[in-house]
Design a protein around this ligand. Structure first.
Ligand code: ZN
Length: 267
């Protein structure tokens, strides 16, 4: 009865089944043992049906807590020896991403938390190592970014920002029409524009379709845009223009205050 319940909770269907549930009240943990109830399986490599099971490998995954109990899923995971393609490969499981030691539901919660707070805080709440969380974030962000299309991007903002301590800089590029970050790369020299253009192309973006680049007055960015985004007009960010104008007016005031006494204290 409780095995069937946990089967539902994990979203499993035959031939996957929860075989055994072990509750350890002292250690506040619950262990779910899942098995593949079948003598054959489709080949994970070439999808050929009904291939023989070769052997089994023991694997474990951290799952969402059940109330105060830390939950783990265990499975003696079959490897399939395929008579069609000749490969021996491990069955992939419906509850976890390949190579992850966490279930998809755990990762979904971790990623939801990570949008709201620093990763170290998520790790404390979820009681796991922050390295493990970073690996999950990297994997899912990578997967999501692969699907991004920049086919309709025509207006971008380019800016440098300091990262960590010292003199490390990042160049960030935003799609200004949709207010989203589309590229970040180390450095603040002209080669950052080259790297952006290459990445942009690999996401269906067309550098020649970029009409406007908004930026500060960085010589490196101006040179990079001239070379790699040849059709784009450069718009200097109003903030920087006003800052320069203010400096110029003040320079003139300082110069003239010597002969024009009434300019004193008029800054
Ligand atoms: Zn095969």
């Amino acid at each position: 009865m409780q095995e069937a319940l946990f089967c539902q909770a994990l979203g499993l269907s035959a031939p996957w089944a929860v075989e055994r549930v072990a509750l350890d009240v002292q250690r506040s943990r619950i262990d779910l043992y899942v098995a593949w109830h079948g003598s054959s399986a489709p080949c994970p490599a070439c999808t050929a049906a009904e291939q023989k099971l070769h052997d089994h490998r023991q694997r474990s995954w951290r799952h969402l807590d059940f109330f105060q109990f830390e939950a783990y899923v265990h499975c003696s995971l079959p490897r399939v020896a395929c008579s069609v393609c000749g490969h021996t490969s491990q069955l992939s499981v419906p509850w976890a991403r390949e190579g992850s030691r966490f279930t998809l539901m755990f990762e979904a919660l971790a990623l939801t938390l990570a949008r709201e707070m620093p990763v170290a805080a998520c790790a404390r709440i979820l009681r796991c190592a922050d390295n493990a969380l970073w690996r999950q974030i990297d994997a899912h962000v990578g997967l999501a970014r692969e699907q991004e299309s920049y086919a309709d991007v025509t207006c971008i903002g380019m800016d440098e920002t300091r990262c960590a301590k010292g003199h490390s800089y990042l160049t960030v590029v935003h799609d200004l029409a949709r207010s989203r970050l589309i590229h970040a790369t180390a450095g603040k020299d002209a080669s950052t524009v080259q790297r952006f253009a290459a990445d942009f192309k690999s996401h269906q973006g067309r550098p020649e379709a970029i009409e406007v680049v908004c930026m500060d007055m960085s010589k490196a960015f101006i040179a990079g845009v001239g070379q790699h985004l040849p059709q784009a007009a450069i718009a200097f960010d109003g903030f920087h223009v006003v800052q320069l104008a203010n400096k110029a007016v003040d320079a003139v005031r300082r110069e003239e205050v010597r002969s024009e006494r009434w300019l004193k204290n008029t800054r």
